[in-house]
Structure formats: structure tokens, C-alpha cells
Design a protein around this ligand. Structure first.
Ligand code: KE4
Length: 428
């Protein structure tokens, strides 16, 4: 067993002054039990905790660190940018540079606006879609998480196709009632809702690969059907690629599945570990965004030079020849290893992967939506999680989160991970 004495002490202190002792709920290990470890350093594929333990890291700050921790070129660029000041509240050339990189990678967008988080990106994109269509209702899919804006913390109403009900205290019924939640991969449900009430529907927002119930892939033809239906009824299709962006492919899920959404939300990777979100779309839609148009959206630190610098450096490295070939080879090596470990340990699991994001479900059932993901044995997952942490491997502290690969991981990291997985699975 690893020594976690200092982490335990810090967690007690943190809980006295920060809600749940963390600045984002999933970090508190509530889904897996036990106390979180406090991290003091990351380098390459590894993170190091206050008690001197090291871990091969597959959380990677929940996706942003596709280059691994503290990439030397990113750190060097950040140091030099910081010496010139941290934020000016005025336009800078860096914002043009990152916007150009993003638009080149996502040709479905003509214009893009930088914000500070994925939540801000989706919240703003929905407001723009409502302003553009002059309609109020939105459709989302069960299990998809688009950040914590009020209208998105909504679960399916009594019948899945009816208006939503709040999924958190503090969200007024009046906000929830404009959000319709239907099962992912259920095109008939989408058809029924749209045929019945398309006149009131501003947008459909979707995680094209659902990273917030683990890793759930779209069934063949599903995304194309969503695209066709939304186009037919003038409904704005928003791809929330905050997680899939640059991870499923450099051009995101929309490149991989060849779908052109009307708007795209990005985050995580484009900030290289600093706070950045972005939303964009076709010029006729984005031209209504203030100050060009009447739909208001703003942010003190939006496009700040440090975050732009980290994002630019990250994307430039991702653009280097062979990057995605290497990411694919590392990710597929891990997939083969984990599947084989489960087989040798005699544990029923289902493994899904889209590019550099993946999930092992502790179930023998096919997982294609929220309900089937929920068949997973979370108690077994929790024992697996603790076994992996104790063997120096950091995976997401929840069965319903994705894991991520980085360019910094090595074949030997993956061999160690697979050995730890076999030992942990046998005891899970
Ligand atoms: P942020 O506001 O956390 O930057 O982004 C919200 C968001 C939007 N869209 C998608 C598809 C997302 O995955 C996220 C955030 N992802 C979670 C991981 N499940 C962030 C981790 C956390 O909440 O601490």
C-alpha cells in the first residue's frame, strides 16, 4: 500500500475551506471511495503526489494534456510570454494565430470566439443558436455533459421526449422546461421530437462520441441522421467537441465521421492545460455575436496571451508529421493490452475507444447509451481503480469518465499499465 499521509492531511484542510475539498466534484473520489491524492508535479506521462508517489497518468487533466505534462516547448513559450505580461484586456496577435489554427482544423467553422471553459463555450453557442433561429427549446442526449450552465443540468422528463426537469437544485423549472433530453443513438426518438415540435427547437447539442458516460460511440449512420434531420428543419446542430476535439482526430469527431455541424464547441486541448474554451460556426450564424451582432457574450480573460500561447504551441506540435500515427499506435497498444488482461483475469469487460479517448466498462453487455453504460458494476470498477492507483497508475476516478492517451506515454508505460491492470482485475 502506498503512503498517503500528507494527502490525507491536506484533504482534511481543504474540506474545511473548499466545498468537498476540491474545485471540481469528480476530483473528490466520491464515485470510487477513499481520499484523493494531492498532486504537486507532472512531467511527461507521469504525475507525482505530495507523499512522493508517482503515477502513470491517463486523466491528463481530463483531456487537455495530449502532449503529456509540462512539455518543454510549451513551458518555454509560456515563460517567455509571461515575461511580457499576463493579460491586457485588448486584442493581441496571439488570438488571431490560435483562431487561424482552429479554423484550419475545423473547416465547418468560418469564425470562432475564444472563452475560458467548455461550459462558457456551450452556453454561448446555445444562446447564439437561439438568437439565430428565434426559437427557445434545445435537445440534448442522456448522459452527455456540456458543462454546468443551468439549462444543461437537466434530465429527461417523465417521458423521455417531454420537456426536461432540473438535474440539480438551483436550476429553476422555467430553465429546464426548454431542454428536451433523449437517449443517445436513438434516431427514432429524435425524429419523433423534431417532427412534433421542430418550430420551437433552436438546436441539437451533442457529444459526437460521449466521453461523459465513459466512451460511447455513435452507431453507424446515427450522426448522419442527426445532421439530415436538423438541416431539414432549420435546427442548428452543435457538436460539443470540448473532449473529442483533437482527440478523436486532429479535426475532431467531425473529421473522423465526416459530418459538418453548424456550430462547434472546443476546449481542453486548445488551451494546452490553461483555461480556454471556444465556440464557432458558419459566418451567417457567428455574425450575430456581439459586437458584430446583437447576441451578447463577453469575458475578462477570454483569449488571454498565456492561454493562447499554450494552445498555439500544443496545436503546432500536434501538426508535426507522424504525431497522430504515434498517438494511434500507443492507444491501440493499450487497447490490446487491457482487453487481453481482462481475458486472462477472467473478468467480463467491454472496452471502447475513439482515437486517444477510451473506457473499460465492467459489464458483458454492449454499451451504446446511458442506460447500457449504467449496467456496469461500479463496485468492481472502484476496486479496480484502487488497485491501479496502488500500483502507480492514475485512471479516472469514475466508471463513467473517459481515459486519455498522450504523446509522452511510452511502450514501457503501457506494459506497466497492462501488468497493473491484470493484477488489479484479478483482485477487483
Ligand atoms: P469545462 O467547463 O469543464 O471546461 O467543460 C465542460 C465540458 C463541456 N463539454 C464536454 C464534452 C466536457 O467533457 C466538458 C467537461 N468534461 C469534464 C470531464 N467529464 C471535466 C472534468 C470536471 O468536470 O472536472
Amino acid at each position: 500500500m502506498k503512503n498517503h499521509r500528507k494527502s490525507e492531511k491536506l484533504f482534511k484542510q481543504a474540506k474545511a475551506i473548499i466545498p468537498g475539498g476540491v474545485n471540481s466534484p469528480v476530483r473528490a473520489f466520491k464515485a470510487v471511495g477513499g481520499n484523493p491524492v494531492f498532486i504537486v508535479k507532472g512531467k511527461g506521462s507521469k504525475i507525482y503526489d505530495v507523499d512522493g508517489n508517482s503515477y502513470i497518468d491517463y486523466v491528463l487533466s481530463w483531456g487537455p494534456l495530449i502532449l503529456g505534462h509540462a512539455h518543454p516547448k510549451v513551458i518555454k513559450a509560456l515563460k517567455s510570454a509571461a515575461e511580457k505580461g499576463t493579460s491586457f484586456g485588448a486584442p493581441t496577435p496571439l488570438e488571431i494565430e490560435l483562431a487561424n489554427l482552429v479554423l484550419k482544423a475545423y473547416p465547418s467553422m468560418d469564425k470562432v470566439r475564444m472563452v475560458n471553459s467548455g461550459t462558457e463555450a456551450t452556453m454561448s453557442a446555445i444562446r447564439v443558436a437561439r438568437g439565430f433561429t428565434k426559437r427557445d427549446a434545445i435537445i440534448k442526449f442522456e448522459g452527455c455533459y456540456h458543462g454546468h450552465a443551468d439549462g444543461l443540468l437537466v434530465k429527461a422528463g417523465s417521458g423521455a421526449m417531454t420537456f426536461g426537469i432540473p438535474d440539480s437544485p438551483g436550476v429553476p423549472e422555467s430553465y429546464a422546461k426548454n431542454t428536451i433530453t433523449i437517449p443517445f443513438n436513438d434516431i427514432d426518438a429524435l425524429k419523433t421530437v423534431i417532427n412534433r415540435q421542430w418550430k420551437s427547437i433552436a438546436c441539437v447539442i451533442i457529444e459526437p462520441v460521449v466521453g461523459n458516460i465513459g466512451c460511447v460511440l455513435p452507431k453507424p449512420g446515427f450522426l448522419a441522421a442527426v445532421r439530415a434531420l436538423t438541416k431539414k428543419y432549420g435546427i442548428v446542430l452543435i457538436f460539443d467537441e470540448v473532449m473529442t476535439g483533437f482527440r478523436v482526430a486532429y479535426g475532431g469527431a467531425q473529421e473522423h465521421y465526416r459530418i459538418k455541424p453548424d456550430m462547434t464547441c472546443l476546449g481542453k486541448v486548445i488551451g494546452g492545460g490553461l483555461p480556454v474554451g471556444a465556440y464557432g460556426g458558419k459566418k451567417e450564424i457567428m455574425s450575430i455575436v456581439s459586437p458584430e451582432g446583437p447576441v451578447y457574450q463577453a469575458g475578462t480573460l477570454s483569449g488571454n496571451p498565456l492561454a493562447m500561447t499554450a494552445g498555439i504551441e500544443t496545436l503546432k506540435i500536434l501538426l508535426e508529421k507522424g504525431t497522430y500515427k504515434k498517438l494511434e499506435s500507443l492507444s491501440s497498444m493499450l487497447e490490446r493490452g487491457l482487453k487481453d488482461a481482462a481475458k486472462r483475469a477472467g473478468v467480463a469487460t467491454r472496452f471502447y475507444r475513439a482515437g486517444t479517448m477510451f473506457c473499460t466498462y465492467f459489464t458483458n453487455k454492449e454499451v451504446y447509451d446511458y442506460a447500457t453504460a449504467k449496467t456496469a458494476d461500479t463496485a468492481k470498477f472502484s476496486r479496480f481503480f484502487s488497485g491501479m492507483l496502488d500500483r502507480g497508475v492514475n485512471i479516472a476516478p469514475s466508471q463513467f469518465e473517459a481515459g486519455f492517451m498522450s504523446l509522452a506515454h511510452s511502450a514501457s508505460d503501457i506494459e506497466k499499465t497492462v501488468r497493473a491492470a491484470y493484477e488489479s482485475l484479478k483482485r477487483a
